[in-house]
Each structure stands twice: as structure tokens, then as C-alpha cells.
Design a protein around this ligand. Sequence first.
Ligand SMILES: NC(=O)c1ccc[n+]([C@@H]2O[C@H](COP(=O)([O-])OP(=O)(O)OC[C@H]3O[C@@H](n4cnc5c(N)ncnc54)[C@H](O)[C@@H]3O)[C@@H](O)[C@H]2O)c1
Length: 266
Amino acid sequence: MYTSNSGIAGAVVLITGGLGAISLTYAKQLMSHGIKGLVLADKNIKNSKNIIMELENHGTGDVIFVRTDINIKDQLENAFEVAVKKFNQLDIFINNAAILNESQWIKMIQTNFTAAITSNYLALKKYLPKYRNSEEATIINTVCISSLIPFKSCAIYSTTKSGVLGLHKALSNPYWYKLYRCRFLALCPGLTQTPMLQQMGSKGIDLDLFDEECYDYPIQDPERCGDCLIEALKKGKNGSIWVCDDKIYEWIIPDRFEVGKSTKAK
Ligand SMILES: NC(=O)c1ccc[n+]([C@@H]2O[C@H](COP(=O)([O-])OP(=O)(O)OC[C@H]3O[C@@H](n4cnc5c(N)ncnc54)[C@H](O)[C@@H]3O)[C@@H](O)[C@H]2O)c1
């Protein structure tokens, strides 16, 4: 039986944006930690067969791909249905699909924020409580360092990621935990060498402004994100936020009442 406290072995995991660069580092790590099943949901189908074969070399679990546009609710729900029909189990959901396109910001809000709410709710309320094979399920949101420190050059993208971080904080409230026994973890990668970063020149972003604000930021290898996922899954408490910016560490938000106590009233 899979137990989220003792490890990842035996879990069934669904990842949106499953064929993306960061997702693939998650997938490799999860497979090598002995998960039972992995469902990759992505609107892109390029190389899906080769990717599945490659991933299956990393462990004994089964990997399946479901073509899914997360902006279409029926397709999103279908990805969950395919997962539970195949494995009759679902323990971990990773909301990871996103785009970075400041010119198409309405579509970006839809993909990064609205669809994130839909998928978090489907996982939290409908699928994980019924199909988890453990005392506690886990929802992971891939957010971004820009949800903590917004980028002026990617203002709307940063805002969508701040929105998802807000959702993570709200849904990790003990009220929801008592109802659904679901732990929330947020991962905040820093700049990571993936197609998303490589293609930003054509996505309505002022590259001079971006270079000026990020010139001394490290650009990490995507593999660090896989390491961060495992660290968070093994050590992360409900509601915790994990930064992966070459280094991996937990981001602690001070308690507002404690801050209030130590601040002189005016
Ligand atoms: N690359 C970075 O510097 C960086 C930094 C911080 C956070 N992130 C976050 O990490 C996550 C993964 O990004 P990545 O860098 O691996 O990018 P990526 O472009 O390699 O992966 C994103 C994946 O999402 C998929 N996708 C996009 N829209 C979709 C939709 N409507 N339905 C289903 N799938 C869709 C794409 O096809 C792609 O496979 C994103 O949430 C991103 O915001 C990336």
C-alpha cells in the first residue's frame, strides 16, 4: 500500500503538461522511486511514444499518455477518468501545464490560472478522495519564483502564478485538509533551461527588460526540479512552498499575527 509519509513507492500520479521539460524530470524521478503508474496529460503529442518508452526504463511502473487540453474541461476530466480506469487508483496530482505569453494574456490566464483551479478542484473533491490508496493524497502545483518575487518583464505571467500560489495557500487550510485529507505542496522553480524560457523572445516580452532584471539570476538545469519534487514529497508539510533555484529550500511565510505582535501600533 502506498503511504505518502513513508515515500512515493506504489503511488499513481497524474501530471498535466506531462510532456514538458520540467514534467519529464518529475516523471524520471517518480519512476525511479518506484511509483506504480504515471499518467501524462498534454495537449502536445510530439514524441509521446518515445518518451513513454524512455520513462519505462527508469522503473517498473506503467506510463500512459492522454492527449488533453486543460482549457477544455471535458478533456481534463477525461484525463482523470483514463487514469482511474487504468489503475483504479490515484494518489498524487501535479498541476504543471502552463504557458508564458504576455501578448496572449487572456489565454495565459485561462491556462495558468482558471484551468489550474478546475484541475485542483477535480483532483481534490472528485478523484483523490475516491481513488487514493493511502491515508492522505497530495496535490502539487508547479508555480514559479515569480509568484514570490514578480518579474516586471512578465507581469501577467507572474500574476497568474501568484494566483495559483494563493489557491495553494487557501486549499491547504486545515478546514479543507480535514474534509479531504489532501496535502498541498507548491514548487517554485527559478529560471530553468526549457523551451518555455528559450522561446520567450517571441511571446510579447521585452527581452532587454528581462535581461536587466534577471542578469545575475542562475539558470538551472531542469533536473533540479525533479530533485525538488522528491525533496518536497518526502519532507513537505501540507501548505509548504519549495523553491528550486539551483539550491532547494523551503520558503517560509511569517505568521501574520506574529508579525502584528512584533510591529508597534501607530
Ligand atoms: N522554465 C522555467 O524557467 C520555469 C520557471 C518557473 C516555473 N516554470 C513552470 O514549470 C512548468 C513547466 O514548464 P516548462 O518550463 O517545463 O515548460 P514546457 O513548455 O517545456 O512545458 C509545458 C508543457 O505544458 C503543455 N501545455 C501548455 N498548454 C497546455 C494546455 N492548454 N493543455 C495541456 N498541456 C499544455 C505544453 O505542451 C508543454 O508540454 C510551468 O508551470 C511553468 O510555468 C517554468
